[in-house]
Ligand binder design. Sequence first.
Ligand code: NAD
Ligand code: KPL
Length: 303
Amino acid sequence: MTWHILGAGSLGGLWATRLARAGLPVRLILRDRSALARYQAAGGLTLVEDGVASLHAIAAETAQGEAPIQRLLLACKAYDAEAAVAELAPRLRPDAELILLQNGLGSQQAVAASLPRARCIFASSTEGAFRESDFRVVYAGRGHTWLGQEGVTPPPQWLAELQAAGIPHQWTAAILGRLWRKLALNCAINPLTVLHDCRNGGLRDWPQEVAGLCEELALLLRAAGQAEAADDLHQEVLRVIEGTAANYSSMHQDVAHGRRTEIAYLLGHACREAQALGLELAQLQALHLRLRLYLAARGLPET
Ligand code: NAD
Ligand code: KPL
């Protein structure tokens, strides 16, 4: 079974190169003909791992290719996911399997709703990768990927392929809890690092702000039916701040590079859910507003 991978960016590149070097059939789906031409000129995807670069001449095409797609790894940003899947829809088999790598919440649900007969598997990853240049991906941080469909216990058989490719993973029937927990961590840390223009460790100087946000996020998680994801949230946020003190958060990096953020699927999603649940979370709402104004002032999208 071919692994079609949409998005040859950081995570898509990391997955594609590991699957391909395990001898599995992989095809990249690139944005347009110009991206395809640049990819062909580069001779393939380069993975830099532990300082060693390897080139992988993986087959690539655009969404306009003709072969039907049974298995798709969607590796674009959350804000591109729905449109990317809509473009590919004519090629997806009715019972296609999609693995959705997007961070935050909201985009996965939108994709799943647009393809009611497909099997949509949600993923939450702590792996770290970045694009050094076009089609050159650096594996920057070992991590783990949880995959799952809410309430579905038997994992798909192809998990063995991830094992063979050395992709650390685990199946879970409680994937929404994982996604909510990561969203809460990201909401407690990332926006503040942008607004205070600091590394994660810089948030040691703002303990009250962090504590207040964690309290509201825990309320939200419980109201959203994710009580387990709320347990010890504040302690974990403090642990992550210490463990990643020297790093810039992904949102800080996006803003620093003038790139669109995934705010709508992180803090925006949290605020929308709070409103739908009738919760008044003043600190989260105020943070959302401050962040939107900050982004707008820098010419970046507020959603
Ligand atoms: P990225 O920007 O590096 O890569 C996304 C790629 O998708 C880009 O190459 C883009 O051109 C491509 N793309 C977008 N729309 C497309 C389309 N219609 N057709 C073909 N290609 C298209 O992003 P990333 O860092 O790999 O992040 C992907 C998702 O994974 C995000 O939601 C991110 O938050 C999440 N994530 C990333 C990391 C990481 O370390 N990079 C870690 C955990 C989670
Ligand atoms: O996931 C992160 C990010 O930067 O996006 C951490 C390190 C957990 C900070 O929220």
